[in-house]
Design a protein around this ligand. Structure first.
Ligand code: ATP
Length: 264
């Protein structure tokens, strides 16, 4: 029997990402090829400065690609209007929201923008989705606080709530567990896992929590200076793909436990 072919939500083909300066391009990562499937939790890992944020921003159209192709649900990214994109894709980046003067309730409500009419009035569905987003991210009690009054960790959860209010089939998060304490780190990663299994959302997130990502992700992307590997965590472990992430003399990957340990 052939395995059921899952719908490809996002595909990168011969993608090159990086920066332009004085009309010259400075690639950060090249020849990137991978596809991610509906209902999967995908963890992107790699050392500091390897290009994870650059890649994520390029995949969601927040910075121009240098060459190659990004397709979302089979459609070239550049052919998708910003309104259409906002109903398909929500993004949580590491940058602090510009609108810190808003209350948490107001910021999360902004997530409903793609669906509200020109007056911005909320339907029962909008209100229900906002309540759900606040509840599931454990931010209900903060709803009436101004964003500038929040700790970094609280703000991080509010940013995730805004993305959940947007209720898109694809969510992309850049380091969603930064600033979070151990409990909220596990809580958020478990929540992302739960959202993929219970609601069929596809969630791509970058993280330095490699051990947790190995345990929770369906697929992992391992980015290093010369290549990007994409596969199930167990297959990547078998292939030794985690070994090349960090200098061996300092930190080693144990295939049997799926964890890194410091070499003494
Ligand atoms: N705006 C920019 N202009 C030029 N180069 C940049 C810019 N932003 C980042 N870079 C460079 O691109 C490379 C990749 O940076 P990026 O932030 O994507 O890495 P990262 O893997 O997300 O790192 P970290 O794990 O530390 O967050 C780095 O060498 C960085 O200096």
């Amino acid at each position: 029997m052939t395995a059921e072919k899952k719908h490809i939500v996002l595909e990168a083909t011969e993608l090159s990402v990086g920066y332009f300066s004085k009309k010259k391009s400075f690639p950060v990562a090249e020849h990137i090829n991978f596809s991610i499937h509906e209902g999967e939790l995908i963890g992107l890992v790699g050392a500091n400065g390897v290009g994870k944020s650059t890649l994520l921003r390029s995949l969601v159209g927040m910075q121009p690609t240098l060459s190659g192709k990004v397709e979302i649900n089979g459609k070239h990214l550049s052919a998708i209007s910003s309104l259409e994109l906002a109903t398909q894709l929500s993004v949580v980046l590491t940058e602090v929201p510009a609108s810190k003067n808003l209350t948490v309730q107001e910021l999360v409500t902004l997530g409903r923008q793609p669906y509200t009419n020109w007056m911005g009035s909320l339907t029962e569905t909008d209100k229900k989705q906002i309540r759900y987003a606040l509840k599931i991210t454990d931010t209900e009690k903060l709803a009436h606080k101004k964003c500038f009054e929040l700790s970094d960790g609280q703000l991080q959860r509010v940013a995730i709530a805004r993305a959940l209010a947007q209720d898109t089939p694809l969510i992309v998060l850049d380091e969603p567990t930064t600033h979070l304490d151990l409990y909220h780190r596990a809580y958020i990663l478990k929540l992302l896992r739960q959202l993929t299994t219970e609601t069929g959302k596809t969630i791509l997130f970058s993280t330095h929590e490699i051990d947790l990502a190995i345990q929770l992700s369906d697929t992992m992307l391992i980015m290093n200076e010369t290549s990007l590997a994409c596969d199930q965590p167990c297959k990547l472990i078998e292939k030794g793909s985690f070994d090349a992430l960090f200098p061996k003399e300092t930190i080693a990957f144990d295939k049997t436990t799926g964890r890194f340990s410091i070499k003494k």
